[in-house]
Design a protein around this ligand. Structure first.
Ligand SMILES: [Zn+2]
Length: 469
């Protein structure tokens, strides 16, 4: 099987108008460039994009004129902060004006995402950019230890991603690429036992999965006293990996845990290296900013909104796109001991809509709630939903090990450590289903996204910082 796999891998990387192998080769080299060299490439790509957008995309032409941005002469990237962030509302109200009508139809890939509001938003991706994002993922797979032929397994939830791996053709693909695909949708107790058996017999070296699925599997392994000895590394993606989650996954598998951050709209954004100190931004393809509510950069160490600019996409470029996530900013000159020149951000703090504002104004991050559940045995899954300004509904899936009075305990902790003005209801439920995209969100607020002023002591430095230490 070895030579066939190698041939398959090489052919796969050479296929297409923009062969992924060529891009990957470039990325393998560029990651080691000095930060100053990378910045020069980055700045040129940003300027090219802004010039293109002002010529070809009516929305940006108008926007740049309104804010006085001169793409040809202004100092970049600094001048970009004058451009207002691009919101989902902009995408919905000005969809046609954001697309390059001269783009060749064969370059376009239509994509729709639901987002936290469930209201679909249309994106037009282009093939070259998608290929570059795919190559970035392969580069990260290398950091994690997935070289061609290395056994790996996916614990993945999104149905839309699973179709290439179904049926006979899918089985052949899994065999040739030497991976096992496991649909992580609705992993109940019987399914978990079966998943462990399949993984133990497949013996993957790397396990890639949604953060919540990995945690769910890890908890099961710890509970029943089993593990998957072959796993040396784990890549968590698609959802926020909290420090508590990381510890559970690390404890269950005794493996190195890497975080990858990306989204449907912009592809792979940032990846963790073996230093596990922040995530390296895919700076060859994206310009990433961490900003406050006014769209200005936050200071290093502070949490802010993530804005992403797609440097290579031409069909429908996103410029300062408000992706809806929060991350910690790092200083620009901060070099990683791994030697890569790619700038870093992070950790990623989750969705802006994961943040819950208590009735007395206190901001509670998703991590506040994971910590509440951390030391309670028998809790398998939970979800905290803020229904209105006061009302908090906590759904808990627990097993026989859960102590009596879990509900009262949680309620007391939320009132004491969170906000005494909450009206808390704890519900014992049999299961909690992931959202339509397959992503599991353990906290969310039905109120409009909260301001990012998260670094007030109540929400961040005390709660998240001190507890995760
Ligand atoms: Zn590094």
């Amino acid at each position: 099987m070895g030579p066939i796999r190698t041939l398959y891998h090489t052919t796969r990387l050479r296929r297409g108008a923009v062969p992924i192998g060529d891009i990957l080769h470039g990325l393998q080299r560029s990651q080691w460039l000095h930060p100053a060299e990378l910045e020069a490439v980055h700045e040129k790509r940003l300027r090219d994009l802004l010039r293109f957008a002002s010529r070809r995309i009516p929305f940006y032409r108008r926007r740049f004129q309104e804010c006085g941005l001169d793409p040809a002469h202004d100092r970049l990237p600094h001048a970009l902060v004058s451009v207002p962030p691009l919101t989902r509302d902009d995408l919905r109200s000005s969809a046609c004006e954001l697309v390059d009508i001269e783009a060749a139809p064969e370059d376009r890939i239509e994509e729709r995402t639901g987002g936290s509001t469930g209201e679909p938003t249309r994106f037009v991706l282009d093939r070259a950019d998608v290929a570059a994002s795919r190559a970035e993922m392969l580069r990260h797979f290398e950091w994690v230890g997935i070289a061609p032929g290395v056994r790996h397994a996916f614990l993945w939830g999104a149905d839309r991603d699973s179709w290439p791996y179904r049926g006979l053709r899918g089985a052949l693909k899994q065999r040739l690429e030497n991976f096992l695909w496991i649909n992580s949708f609705d992993l109940d107790e019987d399914a978990l036992a079966d998943v462990v058996e399949r993984l133990r017999s497949f013996r993957p070296r790397v396990l890639v999965g949604y953060a919540s699925s990995l945690v769910h599997l890890a908890r099961h392994c710890l509970r029943v006293g089993t593990w998957i000895p072959s796993v040396a590394a784990i890549e968590s993606s698609a959802e926020t990996l909290t420090p508590a989650d990381r510890e559970i996954v690390h404890r269950a598998f005794a493996a190195e845990v890497f975080d990858r951050y990306g989204s449907r709209e912009v592809g792979n954004v940032a990846h963790e290296c073996s230093e596990h100190d922040g995530l390296h931004v895919s700076t060859e393809r994206l310009h990433v900013e961490i900003v406050d509510d006014a769209g200005l950069p936050v200071a290093p160490g502070e949490t802010g909104r993530v804005l992403v600019t797609t440097l290579l996409r031409r069909t429908m470029p996103l410029i300062r796109y408000e992706i809806g996530d929060l991350a910690v900013a790092r200083s620009a000159g901060d070099e990683c001991p791994c030697g890569r020149g790619l700038p870093r951000i992070g950790p990623i703090r989750g969705r802006t809509s994961d943040v819950i504002r208590g009735p007395s104004g206190r901001l509670l991050h998703g991590e506040f709630f994971t910590h509440l559940f951390y030391d309670i045995p028998g809790v398998r899954r939970f979800q905290v939903v803020q229904e209105d300004a006061r009302r908090l509904v906590v759904s808990v899936v627990s097993d026989a090990e859960a102590p009596a009075g879990v509900g009262a305990l949680l309620r007391r902790r939320i009132l004491q450590e969170g906000d005494p003005l909450f009206d808390v209801e704890v519900r014992a439920v049999d299961s909690i289903v992931p959202g339509p995209t397959g992503k599991f969100r353990f906290t969310f607020s039905r109120l409009s996204p909260t301001s990012v002023a998260l670094d007030e002591p109540a929400a961040n430095s005390e709660e998240c910082g001190a507890r995760s230490a």
